[in-house]
Design a protein around this ligand. Structure first.
Ligand SMILES: [Zn+2]
Ligand SMILES: [Zn+2]
Length: 417
C-alpha cells in the first residue's frame, strides 16, 4: 500500500458528461473515481482524500479565483498534487500556475483523446519522492519562509515494488513524515533511514519520529562511520540525558544500526552506494538505483573551482554522470559563496553548471540557506526557468511538501523478479 497517495484516487471537478469522457480510463487503472460538480463541493470532498491527480474543468459553474482559493485553503496539499485543467479554447489560465503556486497542466477540453492520454501519464506506477525538509543549517520557522518551507533536510522515497519506507536524513522534516506514517499505516511500518552525516540539521528530527516508539515497527538506520564512532555511538551521544530526555534504549521499535560502507549494497527493490562529499565531516552522497532510475542525494557538498584533493571533482562528475535525478546542495548564490569558501556548501550556479556538463536529467537544488526568504528563492527559481526542458527534463528548487514522480518503464512485476 502506498503511503504518499494511499487512496489511489483521481478527483474530478466537472459535470457528469465531461467526467464520462475519461471515467473508464481512470477505473481501468485501478483508481477510485471521485467526482463533484463544482469547486465549492470539491473543497470539502478533498479533505477526506489525497488524490494522485485533480482534473478540473474550467466550465464548472463556480470556476473563479475565489473558489480556487477556497479549495487550496481547505486543502493545502493541493499544491503538491498535479492539476489537469480542461480549458475552453478562449481561456487563458496559465497565470493561475504562479498565482496559486500550482502544478498545473492545461489541455483543451474539446480534445478528448489528449485528455485521456494526459490522464494515463499520471496514473502509471511511479517511484515517488517527497521533500519533508529542504532547509540547510537551521530550521527557519518565520512566515516569510513558508512557501519553500522551514524544516531541515528529509526526503522520502516510495516505490510500488516493495513496502519498505526509504528515508534520507532526519532533519526536523522527519517529524511530519513520522506523524503521517503513524496515522496512515499505524504500527506495521518497516524501512530504512539513510543519514548522510550527523550535523545537527540532518539529525535534529531523529528523536521526534513517532514510529520509533512502537514495538511493531522495524527500521534500519544507516550512516557512514565518523571520527568518533559508528551509527549507534554517534546517535546515542546525541541522545544523552544532557541533550534530550529520551535515550536510544527507550525506543520500542525493532531498530538495527548499520555503519554504512561506500560499496554498493543490495536491498529489497533497490541498491545503494555512496561517495564521500566535500564537507567538514564524513558525509555521504548517496546513489540509489530504484525502478530503473539512478538518483543521487547530496544535500551537503561544496563544489569549488579549486578543490582539494583535485581528484574530487573528477570523481564526483563520474559519480553523477547521466543520473536521472540529482538532489544537490545549492545553499548560496555565487556572491554569497565568495565569503563562505570552505564551509562545505555550494552555490546554485556551480551546481547547475556541473550538472549540465554531466548530462544530469533532473536537478533539484536544496539545503536552502536559513537566511534565504521566499522572495530570494523565488528570484533564483525564476532564473532556473531558462534551463527547463533544455538541457534538463526538470530543474527546480526543492520545496517542502513537493513530490517528484518517476514513472516505471516496465510493469511492477518485472522489477520484482
Ligand atoms: Zn546540512
Ligand atoms: Zn553538514
Amino acid at each position: 500500500m502506498g503511503l504518499l497517495f494511499p487512496n489511489s484516487a483521481v478527483a474530478v471537478l466537472a459535470d457528469q458528461k465531461t467526467a464520462d469522457i475519461f471515467k473508464g480510463t481512470v477505473i481501468k487503472h485501478g483508481f477510485e473515481f471521485i467526482q463533484v460538480q463544482n469547486l465549492q463541493l470539491g473543497a470539502y470532498r478533498l479533505q477526506k482524500v489525497l488524490p494522485q491527480l485533480i482534473v478540473l474543468d474550467s466550465d464548472v459553474p463556480d470556476f473563479n479565483e475565489h473558489s480556487l482559493r477556497l479549495l487550496i485553503e481547505k486543502n493545502p496539499n493541493v499544491k503538491n498534487i498535479p492539476v489537469l485543467l480542461l480549458s475552453r479554447s478562449n481561456g487563458n489560465f496559465e497565470y493561475l500556475q504562479n498565482k496559486f503556486d500550482l502544478d498545473l497542466k492545461i489541455v483543451d477540453r474539446k480534445q478528448h483523446k489528449d485528455i485521456t492520454a494526459e490522464i494515463e501519464k499520471y496514473l502509471q506506477p511511479c517511484i515517488i519522492l517527497k521533500f519533508w525538509g529542504v532547509r540547510g543549517s537551521a530550521p527557519s520557522a518565520n512566515a516569510e519562509y513558508m512557501k519553500y518551507g522551514g524544516n531541515t533536510t528529509c526526503v522520502q522515497i516510495e516505490s510500488p515494488i516493495h513496502d519498505d519506507i526509504l528515508i534520507l536524513d532526519c532533519g526536523t522534516g522527519i517529524r511530519n513524515l513520522g506523524n503521517e506514517i503513524a496515522e496512515r499505516i499505524q504500527n506495521q511500518a518497516s524501512g530504512h533511514l539513510f543519514i548522510t552525516h550527523p550535523h545537527w540539521d540532518h539529525i535534529q528530527g531523529f528523536p521526534f519520529f513517532k514510529p520509533f516508539y512502537h514495538s511493531k515497527n522495524r527500521f534500519r538506520i544507516h550512516m557512514p562511520e565518523q571520527y568518533r564512532g559508528g551509527t549507534e555511538e554517534i546517535l546515542s551521544g546525541h541522545m544523552t540525558k544532557t541533550f534530550f530526555p529520551v535515550t536510544l534504549d527507550m525506543f520500542e521499535a525493532d531498530i538495527e544500526y548499520v555503519t554504512q560502507s561506500e560499496e554498493m549494497q543490495h536491498y529489497n527493490g533497490f541498491t545503494l552506494e555512496y561517495m564521500v562529499a566535500n564537507h567538514p565531516t564524513k558525509t555521504a552522497m548517496y546513489k540509489i538505483q530504484i525502478g530503473g532510475y539512478v538518483i543521487v542525494f547530496a544535500p551537503d557538498n561544496e563544489l569549488n573551482e579549486d578543490p582539494t584533493p583535485i581528484r574530487f571533482n573528477d570523481r564526483f562528475e563520474h559519480f553523477i554522470s547521466n543520473c536521472d535525478l540529482l538532489i544537490h546542495d545549492g545553499q548560496f548564490d555565487k556572491e554569497m559563496y565568495k565569503n563562505r569558501v570552505g564551509w562545505g556548501h555550494s552555490s546554485w550556479e556551480a551546481t547547475v553548471e556541473l550538472a549540465r556538463r554531466n548530462h544530469v536529467k533532473r536537478l533539484y537544488l536544496t539545503h536552502h540557506d536559513p537566511d534565504s526568504t521566499d522572495e530570494i528563492l523565488d528570484r533564483i527559481s525564476k532564473k532556473l526557468e531558462q534551463y527547463q526542458n533544455n538541457p534538463f527534463a526538470d530543474i527546480r528548487l526543492a520545496k517542502e511538501g513537493a513530490v517528484i514522480k518517476l514513472p516505471l518503464q516496465k510493469s511492477v512485476s518485472a522489477y520484482k523478479k
